[in-house]
Design a protein around this ligand. Structure first.
Ligand code: BG6
Length: 303
């Protein structure tokens, strides 16, 4: 039985929003309105569910995810910061930076025109002592605004609160629910250059739509929106973005999934990751006091 994390004091919550001890006793905000249900863990500031009314779940979280203070939650929308994957320097560990291991603070929860808008924040002081903060020991403020409605919008603003120019990578590592990744098509990347992390590195150029026939792990240089066409669920899932120059597409496929204890060989077909990001030479550089916002909107429609 995991220890239950004491629930923090929070500002008044609007109707339809609760703060509870979720999986593993970790604090979770649960949203239930006429438009949607949703879920955000303070751990990682991580959305772990969004289901708009009349649709099947759109955001996928692994049935085998670990909900533990020192682990990253497998699924949902992990926020990768201040680096992506192995980072741009050899000593950058853990993978995807330290934000997904940190506990965010809820600043505000409000009803807004029928949607629920949540604002969470993470600073260098909140993250102090986490693995990786020794590699990137700089003052920062990350503000994550999550809006649950008939669409899901996640806006992450990074502010350089230090006295020096800083650079970082970031990603919204969204796990999208699909009927079967082997049947989906992704459009919106035609013509985009990409690096292939599992084949010949490249750079390559995407020709036409992207389909899946094996492990796929690609970093696209692209500011375009993408659409996931899912014939099995009979829907199109659109990922619209601003402030993002990279898109990562990842499917672990069977062997890699089987080797990951928090994923497993039986679940990988039901997800595909589409990750609006700013990575490699598209990492963000901020002057002291400056900020950058990446806004991503997820929407579904029947096809
Ligand atoms: C993707 C990366 O974004 O995340 C992959 O492109 C990586 O290379 C995947 O395997 C999962 O990473 P992690 O650290 O959550 O196991």
């Amino acid at each position: 039985m995991p220890a239950t994390t004491p629930l923090p004091d929070v500002p008044g919550l609007p109707a339809g929003v609760t703060l509870e001890n979720g999986e593993g006793g970790l604090p979770v905000l649960r949203v239930e309105t006429a438009r949607a249900t949703g879920e955000v863990y303070l751990h990682g500031g991580q959305v772990t569910g969004w289901t708009p009314a009349g649709h099947a779940p759109v955001i996928w979280t692994s049935p085998r995810a670990r909900f533990e203070p020192d682990a990253a939650i497998r699924g949902g929308i992990p926020l990768c910061f201040p680096w992506f994957g192995p980072g741009r320097e050899p000593e950058m560990r853990p993978a995807h930076g330290f934000a997904r291991l940190a506990d965010f603070t809820l600043l505000e929860a409000r009803e807004d025109d029928g949607d629920v808008a949540l604002t969470l924040r993470l600073t260098d002081e909140d993250a102090a002592g986490l693995p990786g903060t020794d590699v990137w020991p700089f003052p920062f403020e990350l503000t994550c605004q999550v809006r649950f409605g008939s669409t899901l919008r996640v806006a992450v603003t990074t502010r350089n609160t230090s006295a020096h120019v800083r650079s970082y990578e970031e990603a919204q590592h969204a796990y999208l629910a699909v009927q079967d990744v082997r049947d989906v098509r992704i459009t919106g990347l035609d013509g985009a250059p990409y690096l292939d992390k599992v084949g010949t590195p490249g750079p390559h150029t995407q020709r036409g739509e992207l389909t899946f026939a094996g492990e796929t792990d690609r970093i696209y240089g692209s500011t375009s929106d993408v659409t996931v066409h899912d014939p099995g669920l009979g829907r199109r899932l659109t990922v619209t973005k601003q402030g993002s120059a990279s898109t990562i597409v990842w499917s672990p496929w069977s062997a890699k999934a089987a080797a990951m204890a928090d994923l497993g060989e039986e679940h990988w077909t039901g997800m595909v990751c589409v990750e609006p990001a700013n990575v490699l030479h598209d990492g963000i550089v901020l002057e002291p006091g400056a900020s950058h916002t990446t806004t991503v909107t997820y929407a579904v429609e029947r096809s």
